[in-house]
Ligand binder design. Sequence first.
Ligand code: ZN
Length: 249
Amino acid sequence: MNCNETKKLMNAYVDGELDSVSSLSVESHVQRCALCLTEVENLRALASAIENGSLRFKAPLRLKKNVQAAIRAANPSARISIFHWRWATVSAAAALLVVVFLAVTTQLAKSSEETLLVNDIVSNHVRSMMANHLTDVPSSDSHTVKPWFGGKLDYSPPTKDLAEQGFRLIGGRLDYLDHRPVAALVYQRNQHFINLFVWPSNNTVVKSEDQLTRQGYNLIHWTSSGMTYWLVSELNSTELNECARLLKE
Ligand SMILES: [Zn+2]
């Protein structure tokens, strides 16, 4: 490294802003070159003079008072001095940062909570078919299924039979989702099974999308009259949508 190259990097070197390789190059040149060493020392002296305030211009108190008086004269209703305004701006910016931070983290927490819930719904659906535990109360009669939930849940899930429309109610089951026991109503469409999970809606679950596909299963979600509904099946989305539409009616 020669003198010209060193001079270009000298300010950054004194301010400690160089990467270690460049910093070492400058340092090794400075150790061999008295001219550059002098410049580095001058720069360091200047930097420390600014740092300790001996070169900093401080407005006299008189000037500050004159400025404040001038502002008051121009606008008598202005009670807050510009010096307070500066702090108000800083506080507002800090408050905004906090709000944005909270909004982002809350949103992240909610969306990861929903991801967990969706995974649980799919797992419960798969397990209900694998473990041969599709229904606790096998019945196509909604008047049998509905009272069966009576002693087991603190709410009464709607139990609609849609046999005439091609979605036969085959029974109900108690399941566990969103940290609580929930009603699972099981429908059959040809050889396909559909789980409808129902529980009273709360604000912990954000409805970010109505329809989604996870691990090859279609899910449809809606809320109605204080209840959360999740429909899940390997059935194609067109037919599952039809089922959701009938249930919502
Ligand atoms: Zn030099």
